[in-house]
Design a protein around this ligand. Structure first.
Ligand SMILES: [Zn+2]
Length: 160
């Protein structure tokens, strides 16, 4: 897993250089790591998730797209996921979670990545629900979810 992450980060750095040299945005596959195993999202849900991530990215100003890992192993100190600014890394727990919850989590963490890149994250490691960065991330994720689900009503199919 560690080696894979390093490789992905190397690819991101190379893309950045290429973008600088050509002065163009390079669109590539998302840097998504999917841990295989029982309880992981289905292929059709993964497809929705990829579209949702791209939708969020279209609404953010992130240049360095974080590496996103979908894990089915919950570590002691993680709840449903988090963003690690030093590594520009998002981890989200997906085991037996509904696609809507996973999308919302990732939308939230992507906003944190945007806040870090644009120097306006005001939490110091702590996740206080009332600080402006947290509110902004939560509001953003809800807004993205609302807009996206209008275009993709199939996202709600399993929740009935
Ligand atoms: Zn947060």
């Amino acid at each position: 897993m560690e080696i894979l992450r390093e490789k992905q980060l190397t690819v991101i750095l190379l893309i950045e250089r290429l973008e600088k040299l050509t002065n163009r945005k390079v669109k590539l596959e998302l840097p998504l790591t999917i841990e295989e195993g029982e309880g992981q999202l289905s292929e059709s849900d993964l497809d929705i998730l990829r579209q949702f991530i791209n939708y969020c990215l279209d609404n953010l100003k992130i240049k360095k797209i974080p590496v996103i890992e979908l894990t089915i192993h919950r570590e002691e100190d993680t709840t449903t996921g988090g963003y690690y600014p030093d590594e520009n890394f998002i981890v989200t727990y997906t085991k037996n979670r509904h696609i809507i919850d996973v999308c919302r989590s990732i939308g939230h963490e992507l906003m944190h990545a945007d806040q870090v890149e644009n120097d306006r994250l005001d939490v110091d490691g702590e996740d206080s629900a009332e600080c402006p960065s947290e509110i902004e991330a939560t509001v953003f994720a809800a807004k993205m979810m609302r807009e996206f689900s209008k275009k993709h009503p199939e996202i709600y199919k399993e929740e009935e």
